[in-house]
Ligand binder design. Structure first.
Ligand SMILES: CCCCCCCCCCCCC[C@H](O)CC(=O)SCCNC(=O)CCNC(=O)[C@H](O)C(C)(C)COP(=O)(O)OP(=O)(O)OC[C@H]1O[C@@H](n2cnc3c(N)ncnc32)[C@H](O)[C@@H]1OP(=O)(O)O
Ligand SMILES: NC(=O)c1ccc[n+]([C@@H]2O[C@H](COP(=O)([O-])OP(=O)(O)OC[C@H]3O[C@@H](n4cnc5c(N)ncnc54)[C@H](O)[C@@H]3O)[C@@H](O)[C@H]2O)c1
Length: 308
C-alpha cells in the first residue's frame, strides 16, 4: 500500500526540513517593506516567492526591487560591472511571483507577512495559510505595532510563529528585531535568528510588547513632531532640520513619516490609541487623519506632509 510510504516520506521530509536552514521564503505583500524583504532574501541566496493581490501590485514590486538592486550593484560592483550584472540577474532569477498565497506556501520554509497593518486582515491571511503550509514552515509577521501573540492566535502553529521586524529601507537598514512569544519554540527562535544573520542583519530581541524596542520609542517621537507642526510651533522643514542637525538623525521625523507611509503610521497610532485610550502620546492627530483621508500618504502617493 503506497500510503504508509507517502506518510513516512512526507513526515521524513518535514522533519528534515525542520532540521535544515531556511532556504525558501514566501513574502506576502510586496509594498514598501515586502519588496525590500524579498529583494534582500534573493540577493542573499534564498529562493523567494513574492505574493501580491493583483498584477499591477506585482509589477510595481518588481520594478521597485529592480531599481533598488541597481543601487546596490552601483555601490558594491562599481569597479566590476560584469560581476554586478551577474549579481543582478541571479538575484532577480531567485524571485518568483504569485497571486495565490495558498499555492505559494506549499513548499516554503518561512512565510514573512508584510501586508497592511490590520489585525483582521492578517488573521484572515494566516488562518488560511495555516491549513495548507507544511508542518515545518515558520510563520512570521513584519508588523510594526501588533502583538505577535494576537496575530498568531488564529493558527495551530503558535510554536512555529514569531516576529521578524525589518526597517525601512530594508536593503539599507541593518537592524532586524526578532520577537518570540511565550509559545514560540526554541527551535523556531533559533532558526529565525540564524535566518536574520543570513540576511546580513544585526538582530536584537525583546518581549512581544507593543512596538518592540524601536517603535515603542519612535511612535511618541514622530507623533509629537506632527503635533508640533499642527500647533504651528515651527515649520515642517525647520522641525526636520532641527532633528537632523541637532540630534544627528539621517532624516527628520516628518520626512520619516512620509517615508514610512502616513497610512501605516495612522494604522499604528489608531491601534495604540484603542489599546491605551488614556495615553496622551497615542491620542489621534486630526492633521494626520485629514492627510490620510485626502489620500496624501507621503512619498508613496507623491504627497504627504511634503510634496514629492
Ligand atoms: C509623522 C507622522 C506621525 C504619525 C504618528 C506616529 C506613528 C509612528 C509610526 C512609526 C513607524 C514605524 C515604521 C516601522 O515599523 C519601523 C521603521 O522602519 S522606522 C524607519 C527606519 N528608517 C529610517 O529611520 C531611515 C532613516 N533614513 C536614512 O537612513 C537615509 O535617509 C536613507 C533612507 C538611507 C537615504 O539615505 P540618503 O543619504 O538620504 O540618500 P541616498 O539616496 O544617497 O542613499 C544613501 C545610500 O543608501 C542607498 N540606498 C538608499 N535607499 C536605498 C534602497 N531603497 N535600496 C538600496 N539602496 C538604497 C543608496 O544607494 C546610497 O548608497 P551609497 O551610494 O551612499 O553607498
Ligand atoms: N512602512 C514601513 O516603514 C514599515 C517598516 C516596518 C514594518 N512595517 C510593517 O510592514 C507591513 C507592511 O507595511 P508597508 O509599509 O510595506 O505597507 P504597504 O502598504 O506599502 O504594502 C502592503 C502591501 O500588502 C499588499 N497586501 C495587502 N493585503 C494582502 C494580501 N491579503 N495578500 C497579499 N498582499 C496583500 C498590498 O497590496 C500592499 O502592496 C505592515 O504591517 C507595517 O506595519 C512597515
Amino acid at each position: 500500500m503506497a500510503l504508509p510510504v507517502l506518510i513516512l516520506k512526507s513526515s521524513f521530509s518535514s522533519s528534515a526540513a525542520m532540521a535544515g536552514a531556511i532556504k525558501h521564503v514566501t513574502v506576502i505583500g510586496g509594498g514598501l517593506m515586502g519588496s525590500g524583504i524579498a529583494q534582500v532574501a534573493a540577493q542573499t541566496g534564498h529562493q523567494v516567492t513574492l505574493v501580491e493581490v493583483n498584477d499591477a501590485a506585482l509589477q510595481k514590486a518588481h520594478s521597485s526591487i529592480q531599481g533598488s538592486l541597481q543601487r546596490v550593484v552601483k555601490k558594491l560592483y562599481k569597479d566590476k560591472p560584469a560581476d554586478g550584472e551577474k549579481f543582478l540577474k541571479e538575484s532577480l532569477a531567485r524571485i518568483t511571483t504569485s497571486l495565490n498565497a495558498e499555492d505559494a506556501v506549499k513548499n516554503t520554509d518561512l512565510v514573512v507577512e508584510a501586508i497592511v497593518e490590520n489585525l483582521r486582515i492578517k488573521h484572515k491571511l494566516f488562518s488560511s495559510l495555516d491549513k495548507v503550509a507544511p508542518k515545518h514552515t515558520i510563520f512570521a509577521s513584519n508588523t510594526s505595532s501588533l502583538p505577535i501573540q494576537d496575530i498568531a492566535s488564529v493558527t495551530n502553529r503558535k510554536d512555529r510563529f514569531g516576529g521578524l521586524h525589518f526597517f525601512n529601507p530594508v536593503p539599507v537598514m541593518k537592524l532586524l528585531e526578532v520577537i518570540r512569544t511565550p509559545d514560540t519554540s526554541d527551535e523556531t527562535y533559533e532558526k529565525m535568528m540564524e535566518w536574520g544573520k543570513n540576511m546580513g542583519k544585526t538582530t536584537v530581541t525583546c518581549k512581544d510588547t507593543p512596538g518592540f524596542v524601536v517603535n515603542r520609542l519612535l511612535v511618541p517621537y514622530l507623533a509629537e513632531a506632527l503635533r508640533m507642526l499642527e500647533r504651528g510651533d515651527a515649520s515642517a522643514r525647520d522641525i526636520d532640520t532641527a532633528m537632523k542637525l541637532g540630534a544627528g538623525y539621517p532624516m527628520g521625523p516628518l520626512e520619516l513619516g512620509d517615508y514610512v507611509g502616513l497610512d501605516t503610521t495612522k494604522f499604528i497610532l489608531d491601534g495604540w490609541h484603542k489599546k491605551f485610550p488614556n495615553e496622551q502620546l497615542f491620542q489621534p492627530i486630526p492633521f494626520l487623519d485629514k492627510l490620510v483621508s485626502e489620500g496624501k500618504l507621503g512619498k508613496k502617493s507623491g504627497e504627504g506632509i511634503y510634496k514629492y
